[in-house]
Design a protein around this ligand. Sequence first.
Ligand code: KIV
Length: 271
Amino acid sequence: MSTKSNKKIVTLSTLKKFKKNSEKFTCLTAYESTMASVISTAGVDVILVGDSLGMVIQGHDSTLPVTMDQLIYHLECVVKGNKGSHIMADMPFMSYSTDDLGLENAKRLMQAGANSVKIEGGQWISKMAQVLSDRGIPVCAHMGLTPQTINRIGGHRVQGRDPSQKEKIINEAIALEKAGASMLLLECVPGELAKTITKEIKIPVIGIGAGVHTDGQIMVVHDLLGISCLDKPPKFVKNFMKTSTSISGAIKRYVKEVKNNKFPSKEHTFD
Ligand code: KIV
């Protein structure tokens, strides 16, 4: 962390240093100012303004309806409450389907206060990762289960279990790092696959439903707080409110458990 006007600021270099020192880092989603302030004050390193807002805020059954204008509205709210966490903003569905569109939309997110942007996909996003990175925009490549392609995947399924898919994901992760991605996010992949990729590449790897071996962990804040419209939360979700008496306490416990390699445990990991 670096300091500016007594304010701790998490930068990309901070995250790289965490990886180098084998120190875990934490990420959480936020969509508005008060929660961003609580999350940041509790010591979370990265706040993701995720397109999961389509599901947890807007009540859609996927992330696909989220627009750039909506994402920017929530990003601006988060920026106001942030106390120095790194802010990553999701690029919504189809907002980076061409180079020109991707550049224009990433520019809007960075000008609204994001420190990095996240795009979903494998090999096909390596060109976009390079185009943005060459222009100074840090990119996190989201791989494994990619919610924006849920219709093609055919549901919320663990990715990379069969040997050919596993090989493909490893090769794509390497290609994305070469193309200039600054971070990788792995969603719903077997813990051993996430471990291999985290060792193989130098950029920080963030996991959700990817086991304990990634460099950082991320959760949707509503999941951490045990508030969900689903009847049964996914395997990788842990309700930290069960052992805390306040929201801030639950978030601090999450930070502590990630830093101490206690979360995610085996019960939250896919084989
Ligand atoms: O949009 C989001 O919240 C995400 C996380 C699930 C990683 O992409």
